[in-house]
Ligand binder design. Structure first.
Ligand SMILES: [Zn+2]
Length: 228
């Protein structure tokens, strides 16, 4: 989404929070872009999440190869937060955008040492993880068995996310998991009932999957039940 469109949307105040990912640019350019968004947003009472450190994978159609991915430098976080005025900060400690994070057999590792160093540099500042889906093998299998063409992939193990959620990390983005759950439900119904054409019918199963997944994540992974 271009900055102009974003600005227009702020003026109409369609939302209360936004994320701006300038991490594909160098530090200075990231500060510049993020600061601009913060300026528009704060004027309208909208909070902003910035991103520092490059995640592998695909976000907003920008693809970053694993070889170009970079962990967040703990030495840069304080300056970034102060100069941009962001309200929360997404960091790179080994997660990856999208559904194809790691091939089966690879061992995803989160760098908890970097996370600890960052939270020492900016104590009490809300830290966020993007690209933290676990890529449920159950849903990948359902999609593959019902006409989908998903490559085998694994995500971030839930026990690592549980550990991160107990630290300074206060938000964990798991969009791919939700997409997979919805797609698995829709594909299953359409494969079993080729004559079905009522979205109310096939979306219902997708929605039930999403609901079940969200309940599980809130209770067992994020530990955010009864917390607003
Ligand atoms: Zn991101």
């Amino acid at each position: 989404m271009g900055l102009v469109t974003t600005k227009e949307m702020f003026q109409k105040a369609y939302f209360t929070s936004v994320m701006i990912d300038g991490s594909q640019y160098d530090f200075e350019k990231n500060v510049e872009i993020t600061s601009q968004v913060v300026e528009y947003a704060h004027e309208k009472g909208v909070v902003v999440e910035g991103e520092l450190g490059k995640l592998a994978g695909v976000e907003d159609d920008v693809k970053v190869d694993a070889s170009d991915a970079m962990y967040t430098h703990p030495d840069e976080v304080q300056e970034f937060v102060e100069r941009t005025g962001v309200d929360s900060l997404a960091i790179a400690i080994g997660t990856s955008h999208g559904a194809f994070k790691f091939k089966p057999g690879q061992k995803p590792q989160l760098r908890f040492d970097i996370l600890e160093e960052i939270s020492r540099k900016i104590p009490d500042f809300p830290i966020v993880l993007h690209g933290a889906s676990s890529v449920s093998q159950e849903y990948v299998k359902i999609i593959q068995e019902n006409g989908g063409e998903l490559a085998d992939a694994i995500g971030i193990p839930e026990d690592m996310l549980r550990r991160a959620a107990k630290s300074a990390v206060c938000k964990i983005n798991i969009d791919s998991d939700l997409r997979l759950a919805m797609t698995a439900g829709v594909r299953q119904v359409l494969a079993q009932k080729p004559a079905a054409f009522d979205p109310r019918e096939y979306l219902k199963v997708g929605r039930a999957n999403v609901k079940e997944l969200v309940e599980h994540k809130i209770r067992n992974v994020l530990g955010s039940d009864y917390k607003a």
